[in-house]
Design a binder for this molecule. Structure first.
Ligand code: SF4
Length: 66
């Protein structure tokens, strides 16, 4: 599973990183960055990563199933 981000949408709410710290973190301005290269999410973090994507209030995170 891979996550894509539409950076123009991200408003730095941080909900994704709060729900799934193994998949998302925030840069120094509060915008999302991936915890893993290329947005690849290891199996152990996939459920949380999907929940974080669903919770994004501006729908900036897209889940791509491999
Ligand atoms: S929840 Fe959405 S808007 Fe907030 S940091 Fe994450 S991707 Fe950006």
């Amino acid at each position: 599973m891979r996550i894509e981000v539409i950076m123009e949408r991200c408003e730095g709410h941080g909900i994704c990183a709060e729900l799934a710290p193994d998949a998302y973190s925030l840069d120094h301005e509060g915008y999302v960055v991936f915890a893993h290269d290329g947005g690849e999410v290891p199996p152990s973090a996939q459920a949380a990563a999907a929940a974080g994507a669903r919770a994004c209030p501006v729908a900036a995170l897209l889940v791509r199933e491999a």
